[in-house]
Design a protein around this ligand. Sequence first.
Ligand code: GRF
Length: 211
Amino acid sequence: MTHKLKLGVLISGNGSNLQAIIDAIAAGSLDATVQVVISNRRHVYGLQRARTAGIPAITLDAKHYETFDDFNRALLGELLHHRADLVVMAGYMKLVSSHVLDAFPNRVLNIHPALLPAFKGAHAIRDAFAAGAELTGVTVHIANENFDEGPILAQREVPILPDDTLHSLESRIHEVEHRLYPEVLQDIATGKIQLCVRPCGARYQRRACPC
Ligand code: GRF
């Protein structure tokens, strides 16, 4: 049975992955609603995308909070206030603290433009290209308190072609991201991917969690 997901999407910039999620919902291929979009940066295009789609769009600037924990408490407050049941990091360039992770056990997801654990970090596409790798890709994973770590839910390979430029590679990776993230979310909605409600640490949760 499909369970309609209530997404809280975290962004820091352009929001093309957010747009892919909005578009998949509109097309009927993703059973979800975006309850709220929260950006840690003001005036980013992703906020505009949210507003255009009629989704509440909020900026929370960490500079306005004394500590990282205070900032994350505010973030959690907004996610709960807007009744999100799954947190989707989509180009969100910050970590989430244990406050958020504990309130959403195994239910904070991230997308990364490389085949983790290879090429972690903020410049994954550029790094894979500069390293002369022949293969890179996209990973969707459950987030933890470290950057680009946590149980992997899905990966899709993207070959680096001999005549690729950084720009052409970026385009192909983003295309794959825009298909993969909505697909993984829909697999969660349908129960094909089952996320344990407790932080049991099961690695690859395509079946009922053993805990
Ligand atoms: C994506 O490549 C995503 O994998 C990475 O940051 C980028 C965000 O792009 N974490 P956008 O804001 O969704 O357009």
